[in-house]
Design a protein around this ligand. Structure first.
Ligand code: TRP
Length: 338
């Protein structure tokens, strides 16, 4: 890699995560686990999107700590600053600048049709424009690096479609500039909350902290809902409708998963014992993360330096794209005078 960012013949991918603090089981299964593996195959850019977070009403005093904690989680799971660019969105001002310029080619009606917008807008009496324009900033994040592809969950598919439309419209209006990034939707499927809720999230409290100790992992997993029809220990269960079973698939080998299903159906193992196996496997997987996180917490300067270096590399690419975009949009007026 020349300066750790661009390898000839490799695709570039970008993805972002909102800084809600330490990552949790859902972030890990839905995104981070995959991101770590992708570093072998792609030039990767991983971004903590704090400029996006201002639309979610977080208190300003919470935000810096949340950014830091998410950075620690990134590094703890194995996002690797030697191979990928890891940075914080607000360190690279070009994102918000490009977002403004992309407003010019983004139909307002398309923004209003976004499912996430419609959901979020319901929570406001007077909807902030940032909630509507959120996907433009997301498009800017991706397009400013001319990313070829973006690993995201199913919930972001629509935003990626919009990003492609914005790229296409920009190219048509101002000349070929941006590739249309492909959405790489993971096969993790939907990760339900431990309570069976449609979404696993920290705010709902139906997840497991990435850096939880084994006791805490067990406390959380113990509460997980299972097949509602399996009331008594002697009732046969249905693994295909059990959320605990679907989590086993992420943490156990095939033979164990098969055994879990078989014993559930035959009612030869109760849900508590079954959950114990899951909690143990999660604890084993997460143990090295906890260890690495302890190191980074004890050396916050290392985290800071990593993010500084990431921002420097990101800025180098972003600045180049912005120079091109400004020129194409007629925003370099000194150069344009005859
Ligand atoms: N909107 C994404 C989410 O909530 C986060 C995000 C911001 C993102 N910018 C991005 C994801 C760019 C992928 C690419 O999950």
């Amino acid at each position: 890699m020349s300066d750790g960012t661009t390898t000839p013949g490799r695709k570039r991918i970008f993805s972002g995560m909102q800084p809600s603090g330490e990552a949790h089981l859902g972030n890990y299964l839905g995104a981070l686990k995959r991101w770590v593996d992708m570093q072998d195959e792609y030039d990767c850019i991983w971004c903590i999107v704090d400029d996006h977070a201002i639309t979610s009403g977080l208190a300003p005093k919470e935000l810096p700590g949340n950014v830091f904690d998410l950075a620690v989680s990134f590094l703890a799971v194995g996002l690797d600053p030697e191979r990928a660019i890891i940075f914080v969105q607000s360190d690279v001002h070009e994102h918000t600048e490009l977002a403004w310029l992309l407003n010019a080619v983004t139909p307002k009606g398309d923004l209003e049709r976004m499912t996430q917008y419609k959901e979020k807008a319901q929570r406001f009496e007077s909807v902030p424009a940032g909630i509507l324009n959120y996907p433009i900033l997301q498009a800017a994040d991706i397009l400013i690096y001319k990313a070829d592809a973006v690993p995201v969950g199913e919930d972001q598919r629509q935003h990626l479609e919009l990003t492609r439309d914005i790229a296409r419209k920009f190219n048509a209006a101002y000349g070929d500039t941006f590739p249309e990034p492909e959405a790489l939707i993971g096969d993790a499927g939907k990760i339900l909350g431990l309570d069976g809720d449609a979404k696993m999230s920290k705010s709902v409290g139906n997840t497991v902290r990435l850096l939880a100790e084994p006791d805490e992992i067990w406390e959380r997993v113990r509460t997980a809902v299972t097949d509602p029809q399996r009331v008594r220990r002697t009732d046969p269960g249905r693994p295909e409708v059990c959320n605990v079973y679907s989590l086993h698939k992420f943490f156990a080998d095939e033979a164990t998963v098969a055994d879990v299903a078989a014993q559930c159906r035959a009612a030869t193992r109760g849900c508590v014992d079954c959950k114990k196996i899951l909690a143990d496997n999660i604890a084993t997987t997460f143990a090295p993360f906890r260890e690495r996180a302890a190191h980074f917490r004890a050396h916050p300067d290392e985290v800071r330096r990593t993010l500084d270096e990431g921002a420097r590399k990101a800025r180098a690419i972003a600045a180049e794209t912005m120079a091109e975009v400004r020129r194409k949009m007629g925003l370099r007026w000194r150069d344009g005078l005859g």
